[in-house]
Design a binder for this molecule. Structure first.
Ligand SMILES: Cc1cc2nc3c(=O)[nH]c(=O)nc-3n(C[C@H](O)[C@H](O)[C@H](O)COP(=O)(O)O)c2cc1C
Length: 157
C-alpha cells in the first residue's frame, strides 16, 4: 500500500478542487490518499509520511497563496532534512502573469529540493488563460506520476 499526502495551497479553491479530483483518481486498493489544506501546517507535516504531492496556485508577485505561507516559512526557518521524502508538484497559474507563471509551485519545488527531498517526474503546470480544465489535466498527469512513484520507490527499497 502506497500512502500519499496531497498538500493544498489555494486562495479561491481551484487547487482544492484539483486535489479532490486527483484523490478520487488515485485512491484505490494500492494507494491510500489523504488531502490536507496547508492552513496551519508547519514543517512537521513531513515527519508523518514519505510521498507528497504539492498542489498549489500562485498569487501576488509570484508568491505562494496565503494559506501556504506558514508552511513555506516554517520550511525556510527550520530547514528539516527531507532526504527520505519523495514528492511531485501540481502548480496552478496564469501565463498572462509572465515571469511569475506558476511560481508558487516552482518555489515549493526549489525549496523541497534544497532540503534534500527528491522530486518524482516533471512539474505539472496549469495555465488558467488556456481555457483547459485543471482537474482534467491534473488527473491525467497524476495517473502517470503515481506509476513513476511506484517504480522509484521499488528501486529505492
Ligand atoms: C490577484 C491574483 C494574482 C495572481 N498572480 C499570479 C502569478 O503571479 N503567477 C501566476 O502564474 N498566476 C497568478 N494568478 C493566477 C492563479 O494562480 C490561478 O488563477 C489559479 O488557478 C488560482 O487557483 P486557486 O483558486 O487555487 O487559488 C493570480 C491570480 C490572482 C487573482
Amino acid at each position: 500500500m502506497l500512502d500519499l499526502t496531497i498538500l493544498v495551497g489555494t486562495m479561491t479553491g481551484t487547487a482544492q478542487l484539483v486535489a479532490q479530483e486527483v484523490e478520487l483518481t488515485l485512491d484505490d486498493d494500492q494507494t491510500r490518499v489523504r488531502t490536507q489544506l496547508m492552513d496551519g501546517l508547519d514543517a512537521s507535516v513531513f515527519k508523518g509520511g514519505r510521498l507528497f504531492l504539492i498542489c498549489t496556485s500562485t498569487y501576488g508577485q509570484g508568491d505562494v497563496p496565503d494559506n501556504a505561507k506558514g508552511l513555506f516559512a516554517s520550511l525556510c526557518s527550520e530547514r528539516p532534512d527531507l532526504r527520505d521524502i519523495r514528492y511531485g508538484v501540481i502548480a496552478l497559474g496564469d501565463r498572462t502573469y509572465g515571469d511569475t507563471f506558476c511560481a508558487g509551485g516552482r518555489r515549493f519545488d526549489a525549496l523541497l529540493t534544497e532540503l534534500g527531498a527528491q522530486r518524482i517526474g516533471e512539474l505539472m503546470l496549469h495555465d488558467a488563460s488556456a481555457g483547459t480544465m485543471p482537474e482534467e489535466l491534473a488527473c491525467e498527469w497524476a495517473s502517470g506520476w503515481i506509476a513513476q512513484c511506484r517504480q522509484a520507490l521499488k528501486r529505492a527499497a
